[in-house]
Every structure is written in structure tokens, then in C-alpha cells.
Design a protein around this ligand. Structure first.
Ligand code: SAM
Length: 272
């Protein structure tokens, strides 16, 4: 077996804090008939607890050395191991089984892309417990108008109720990363309004934050020379104005619900 040392490229920082491992597993609240997915099991810091809790465990691991290690270490429990990049493999697996629980000490370089992918594909499981870099956790739950509020905050809050489960010091991991981490619990959002065209909604939110320091008007103008070309500036201005939003406003001042409402106006224009 080759190369089991931690690799930066795949964000390998092992959770060595035993108390933290136990707390995270507790939060996940696994019942013995649950299908549980773990992203990035590594050398099994969380897996060793999960095999005790359920027989329906699926592991997504990119590092071939770890895949080999895990299949030997858990030969008896025999979890399903899906080798390779989870971003490329989870959707196919999702057609075969829907996870009741999802857990992961996520690789910091892919964490936001992984979370976004589940939300954008409307596949948020009933409960997720993940560890992410402190700053990413803050962005996930950031309130409208705060310095951390971004298109990623809106995406997360559209898809999920975000619960901050506390800080993990850098020393909880080996090798210790530069910054501390956060445990975040995500459950499906209880929305009062729905984006009629969720692709359009996600695109709108991303494009309105392309120049965060600039006004909505500025971002609309840029969007209209790219992905929103088919709508035209006037239609886009009007969609915001009809929601009572001034075009001189900065994108971080707009609530998730307001972005949903604007995108629904645009969706109706698109369909007419
Ligand atoms: N769960 C272990 C722990 O807590 O000690 C390891 C966590 S480590 C932060 C991240 C893990 O994700 C590593 O095992 C790494 O190889 C794996 N990984 C990184 N990128 C991945 C990807 N795109 N798809 C699947 N696994 C990935």
C-alpha cells in the first residue's frame, strides 16, 4: 500500500480529537435503518463510529490508497466504497439510494462546491453534519447585510436551515490547518416561497454578486452582456423595481426571499 501520508492536494487533515468525533456522530443521530453517506472517510476517523451505527454505509473517497486501506480495515462491516471524486459520482449513487444522513470532515478546497452541488440539485438529505473552515461556516449562515453575506450564503439558506454547532480548534486536526473549523448541521429549509426556476435563481444570485462592491444596476448591466443577455437591462431593472428594490442598492442588502421574488418575475418573462 502506497502513500497514506496526508496530502494537501486533497485537503487531507485528519480529525484526531476523539471528543469531537464522538460529538459529531452524536449530532448526526443515526438510526440503524438509515442510509448514511460519508464524504472523504480518509483513514476512518468517523467511519469507525458509523459502522457501529448502521449497515447501510456508503463512503466516497478520492484517494486510491485510502480506498484500499478502508476496504481492508472494514472488510467485516463491508461498507459500499465509491472511489473517485464525489462531485462526479454522487448523482449516480443518488439514483440507487437516497441518504438519510450525510457526514463529512470535508476537504477544505472542495467543501463549498460539494455543499452547493447537493443544494443546486435539490438533493439535501434530512440531516447533514459537516466540518468546514471557520470562515466558510460563517459565510453559510451570514445574515443579510453582514460582511460575510455572499451568493454562497444565499444558496445555503435557500436550500437549508443552517445550524452552527461550534468551533473546532486547528489542533483537533493532523496536520493542523492554519485556521480553525466549524461543525455545521444542515437540514432542508422550510421555505415560505419557492424559486419557480431554481437554475435561473442560482444564476441571478451569482451574477448579482460578481462585483460585490458595486450596485445592483452595475451588476445587472454586466449580467446583460453575458448570461442574462436574453432578458435585456430594462426587464431586469423592472423585476427589481417591482419588488420595491432600488437599483442603487448593493447586492448584500437584499434578502434571500427578495432574490426569490425577483427571479420568479424573470422566470415568468422567460416563459411568456
Ligand atoms: N474523514 C477523515 C477524518 O476526519 O480524519 C478525513 C478527512 S480529510 C479533511 C478529507 C478527505 O476527503 C480525505 O480523505 C480526502 O482524500 C478526501 N477527498 C478530498 N477530495 C475529495 C473528493 N473530491 N471526492 C472524494 N473524497 C475527497
Amino acid at each position: 500500500m502506497m502513500g497514506l501520508g496526508p496530502r494537501k492536494r486533497w485537503g487531507q487533515n485528519f480529525l484526531i480529537n476523539r471528543g469531537a468525533r464522538e460529538r459529531i456522530i452524536e449530532m448526526l443521530d443515526v438510526k440503524d435503518d438509515h442510509v448514511v453517506w460519508e464524504i472523504g472517510p480518509g483513514l476512518g476517523a468517523l467511519t469507525s463510529h458509523l459502522v457501529e451505527k448502521t449497515k447501510h454505509l456508503t463512503l466516497f473517497e478520492i484517494d486510491p490508497g485510502y480506498v484500499e486501506y478502508l476496504s481492508l480495515a472494514y472488510e467485516k462491516e463491508n461498507p459500499l466504497i465509491v472511489p473517485g471524486d464525489v462531485m462526479k459520482s454522487w448523482k449516480k449513487q443518488y439514483t440507487l439510494e437516497k441518504p438519510d444522513r450525510l457526514i463529512g470532515n470535508l476537504p477544505y478546497n472542495a467543501a463549498s462546491a460539494i455543499v452547493s452541488d447537493f443544494i443546486e440539485n435539490d438533493s439535501v438529505p434530512p440531516k447533514m453534519v459537516i466540518t468546514v473552515q471557520h470562515e466558510m461556516g460563517d459565510r453559510m449562515k451570514a445574515k443579510t447585510g453582514s460582511k460575510n453575506y455572499s451568493s454562497f450564503s444565499i444558496l445555503c439558506q435557500y436550500g437549508c436551515k443552517i445550524i452552527d454547532r461550534g468551533v473546532l480548534s486547528a489542533g483537533s486536526f493532523y496536520p493542523a490547518p492554519r485556521v480553525s473549523s466549524k461543525i455545521m448541521e444542515l437540514v432542508p429549509a422550510q421555505r415560505t416561497s419557492e424559486a419557480e426556476d431554481s437554475k435561473l435563481f442560482f444564476m441571478l444570485v451569482r451574477d448579482m454578486f460578481l462585483s460585490r462592491r458595486k450596485t445592483l444596476k452595475n451588476n445587472i448591466n454586466n449580467a446583460c452582456s453575458a448570461r442574462f443577455r436574453d432578458f435585456g437591462k430594462d426587464t431586469m431593472y423592472q423585476a427589481f423595481l417591482d419588488e420595491g428594490i432600488k437599483l442603487e442598492t448593493r447586492p448584500e442588502k437584499i434578502e434571500v426571499e427578495q432574490y426569490i421574488a425577483v427571479s420568479n418575475r424573470l422566470a415568468r418573462v422567460k416563459n411568456n
